[in-house]
Every structure is written in structure tokens, then in C-alpha cells.
Design a protein around this ligand. Structure first.
Ligand code: GDP
Ligand code: MG
Length: 440
């Protein structure tokens, strides 16, 4: 999705006044890009029709820069489909809040249950996880492991005591939460590899028995065209109040996000981005849209880099991106190039996914580069190539050598790790989350 769409819009950006043919050509490209990204056909049709209508309308004609206006329209429409505003979890007026998870087997429900518990705990809640997947032999145990990692309590049926009735377990779980003063109940349910009637009935029975405040449909972002049918089946069978998009760390590019949001009209509330319990974030429609639109701008970044310093250097950066090898030496080189190019802020603004981080960019201190440089210069070539060897005594030596503190050194290593991760993601054609800039 991203590459094609960005490419198309980038070509358009260089144009002044737009003809109907320009608009049609662009709409055709958008259509193809969306289909390539496995966005469902009806969704694509609706999207392109809206963009076309608006692009041919007055707002574009009157715009100072018509091409830019079209880009804006595409962005608006994307944000609109993705739900507009960020949507928070609905909490019950009287505790406990009941949150039920539904979705196919392997979609990431149990993992997300742990992630959600952890997020809620950070906010001062005391969640209880309820194990209602009695289908797979190991599912209860898996939830117990996840809960332990999240430091959350679990309610699971005693072996041999009413095992086999997930509806009863769910109901009992809510009762236990009420008695033990857990203010949130997270109900993990069973899934099948494909949609089937028995699964739907079970999920819908659990829903009826527990009257949840939220029913979250967890869907694997990699599912492709099946996203629409699966989402519709769950909407008809159980109905849900929100969506969790999982495995966004993979190759998936947002096609499923567009399809599910558009077809069901339900908001995406969380994005799951890895197997670790920390790998989850609130879903921001505007950020997703700008990620979808921004990604190809890494090319612009490299192009501009080519003008500012010699081409060989730029090739090296591009090569590093491609081979996924990124060392502290590269980090230093990039810092120096950034400095040469004058505006750090502008450069960072061009990195994919940074559109919504303007405020943070404003806060960014350019002297940071000088400090970073000093620290890296105090490292041996071996340390720069392999920062893993940086133990306590080496860090102390580097801090002394550069006139910084050990904390400064630690922070740099941490930032480097984040940047390296981002480079890997970009190189794989994915979307980086938060490039080495600290928390959002
Ligand atoms: P469930 O059957 O719906 O409960 O799915 P699980 O929570 O058991 O997840 C299935 C597999 O997907 C497990 O191997 C998880 O580690 C993995 N998984 C879950 N969420 C994510 C994610 O966001 N990213 C990645 N890469 N893997 C995930
Ligand atoms: Mg599970």
C-alpha cells in the first residue's frame, strides 16, 4: 500500500494545476495500490470514488497547490475510514468492567489479554484474566503463563470441576472478580482456524452471560483479503464494540485495518506489534494514515541526502537500510550527515511515521548531536561495531573520555538500539514505530 500510494502522490506533488486526466490517473493508481495491499474491493471502490469526487471539486480548483490538496484529501479519507478520532476503552460505571476477546485461533487473543492486563495495571487497575478457552489442551496454561508475566491474577476452572463449559467459567469469573475486588475482567475465549457456527454460538453465549462493556475482535493484520469475511462473520455472530489489530510488526501494511474499519464501522482501539507484552499501542487513525502515506518518504530523505553530501555516502546509507546491518559507526556517520544538512528537524520530519510527532521534533535539541558524537568518538572501533560488548567498565571509560556521565552513555546506547530497530523495520519494508526519539 504505502510504497505505491506514496509514489503516486509524490509524482502528483510536482504538478501545478491538475487536469481531469491527472485525477483519473491518480485514482487508478490509488485503486491498484489499495488492491495490492489486500484492501477489500468494495472498500477500494468506495474510497476511490470519494477521492475522485473531491479531487475534481472546487476545493482542489481553488487550492494554491492543487496536488497537495489531493494528498490532503487522500489523507482525510484514510483517517475517516480508520475511525477519525482515537477511541479509548469504555469503562463500566460500576466495577467490574468486563472486556471480552473474540477472534480466530492464533489471531493473538491470549497474548493481547496479557498486554491489556499490563496496560491496565500501569493505569492503576487490578485486572482479572478469565480462561474461557477450554478447547485447546494447553490454552488455560498459556493464559496462566501470560498472566504471570503481566503480574495479573487469573481465574481458571479447577481441573475436573465443571471443565468444558466456557460460559459458566466466564460467568463465575466475573463473580470472582466482584468478590475479590478486581475492577476489570478480561475474558479470553477460544478460536477456530476458520469461522464456524459452534464457535460463534459459544462466543455469543459468553457475551450474553457476562454482558461485557467491550467486546474486542482481535484480528491478525496479515490475514489479507479474508479480513472482510472474518470480520463480518464475527460482527454477525457475536458483534463487537472494537477491534484489536495484531501482528502489525509483520509485513502487513494496513490493508486489513482499512478493510475491517470500513466494512464493520467499528473503531480499531489497539495495535499489537510483537510477541512481547510491551508490544502494544493505542491505535491512532491519524498516525496510521500518515504512516500509510509517509512511508515512501524515506526515498525523499535519501534523495535530499544525495544533494547535501556525496552520492557514495547516500548509497551507503541505502545499502545499510537494505542489508539490515547498522552499527554505531553508521549512527555517527548519519549524525554527521544530518549536521551537514543543517536542519535536523526537517530531516526527522521526513522519516516515515513522524508526521504526528511535530511537537517532539520541536523539543529536539540539536546539541544532542554533538554530545552523541563525543561519546561515540570515545569508543574503540570494535565497540562501535558491536555495542553489545559495552559493559560497565567500558561505559565508565567512555564517559570519562568524552566528558559525559555513564547515564549519558547508557541513553545513547539505548537510542542507538531503537534506531537500529527502526532501520531493520524500514529495510524489511515495514513501518517503524518510534524512531530513537523516546516515548511518544
Ligand atoms: P490466540 O489463539 O488468539 O489466543 O493467539 P495467541 O495469543 O496464542 O497468539 C498466536 C501466536 O501469535 C503466538 O505465537 C503469539 O506469540 C503470536 N502473536 C500474538 N500477537 C502478536 C503480534 O502482535 N506480533 C507478532 N509478531 N506475533 C504475535
Ligand atoms: Mg488463545
Amino acid at each position: 500500500l504505502s510504497d505505491r500510494l506514496t509514489e503516486t502522490l509524490r509524482n502528483l506533488r510536482t504538478k501545478g494545476k491538475l487536469t481531469a486526466a491527472d485525477v483519473d490517473g491518480t485514482v487508478r493508481e490509488i485503486r491498484r495500490a489499495l488492491l495490492d495491499a489486500d484492501v477489500a474491493l468494495p472498500v477500494v471502490k468506495e474510497f476511490t470514488a470519494k477521492v475522485r469526487e473531491r479531487a475534481l471539486g472546487d476545493e482542489v480548483n481553488r487550492a494554491l497547490n492543487p496536488a497537495q490538496q489531493v494528498v490532503q484529501i487522500v489523507n482525510d479519507e484514510l483517517v475517516g475510514i480508520l475511525g477519525g478520532q482515537q477511541r479509548r476503552l469504555q469503562m463500566a460505571k460500576t466495577a467490574p468492567t468486563v472486556i471480552m476477546l473474540a477472534g480466530l485461533q492464533g489471531s493473538g487473543k491470549t497474548t493481547f489479554a496479557g498486554k491489556l492486563a499490563k496496560m491496565l495495571e500501569k493505569d492503576g487497575h487490578t485486572p482479572l484474566l478469565v480462561a474461557c478457552d477450554l478447547q485447546r489442551p494447553n490454552a488455560v496454561n498459556q493464559l496462566q503463563v501470560v498472566a504471570e508475566r503481566a503480574g495479573a491474577a487469573v481465574y481458571a476452572p479447577e481441573p475436573g470441576n465443571g471443565v468444558g463449559d466456557p460460559v459458566r467459567v466466564a460467568r463465575d469469573g466475573v463473580e470472582v472478580a466482584r468478590r475479590q475486588q478486581h475492577d476489570v475482567v478480561i475474558i479470553d475465549t477460544a478460536g477456530r482456524l476458520g469461522v464456524d457456527a459452534e464457535l460463534m454460538k459459544q462466543a455469543s453465549d459468553i457475551r450474553r452471560a457476562t454482558d461485557p462493556d467491550e467486546v474486542l475482535f482481535v484480528i491478525d493484520a496479515m490475514i489479507g483479503q479474508d479480513a472482510v469475511n472474518t470480520a463480518k462473520a464475527f460482527q454477525d455472530g457475536v458483534d463487537f464494540t472494537g477491534v484489536v489489530l495484531s501482528k502489525l510488526d509483520g509485513d502487513a501494511r494496513g490493508g486489513a485495518a482499512l478493510s475491517v474499519a470500513s466494512v464493520t464501522g467499528r473503531p480499531i482501539i489497539f495495535a499489537s506489534t510483537g510477541e512481547g507484552l510491551e508490544d502494544v499501542e493505542a491505535f491512532h487513525p491519524d498516525r496510521m494514515a500518515s504512516r500509510i502515506l509517509d512511508l515512501g518518504d524515506i526515498l525523499t530523505l535519501i534523495e535530499q541526502a544525495q544533494q547535501a553530501f556525496d552520492e557514495a555516502e547516500a548509497m551507503k546509507v541505502a545499502e545499510k537500510l537494505a542489508t539490515e546491518q547498522f552499527t554505531l559507526e553508521d549512527f555517527l556517520e548519519q549524525m554527521q550527515q544530518l549536521k551537514k544538512m543543517g536542519s535536523m528537524k526537517k530531516m526527522l520530519g521526513m522519516l516515515p511515521g513522524m508526521g504526528s510527532m511535530k511537537q517532539q521534533l520541536e523539543d529536539f535539541d540539536e546539541r544532542e548531536i554533538d554530545r552523541t558524537e563525543a561519546i561515540i568518538r570515545s569508543m574503540t572501533p570494535g565497540e562501535r561495531r558491536n555495542p553489545k560488548v559495552l559493559n560497565g567498565s567500558r561505559r565508565l571509560r567512555i564517559a570519562r573520555g568524552s566528558g559525559m556521565t555513564v547515564t549519558d552513555v547508557n541513553q545513547l546506547v539505548q537510542r542507538f538500539d531503537q534506531a537500529a530497530k527502526m532501520m531493520k523495520t524500514v529495510a524489511r519494508g515495514g513501518v517503524p514505530s518510534i524512531p530513537g526519539m523516546g516515548p511518544v
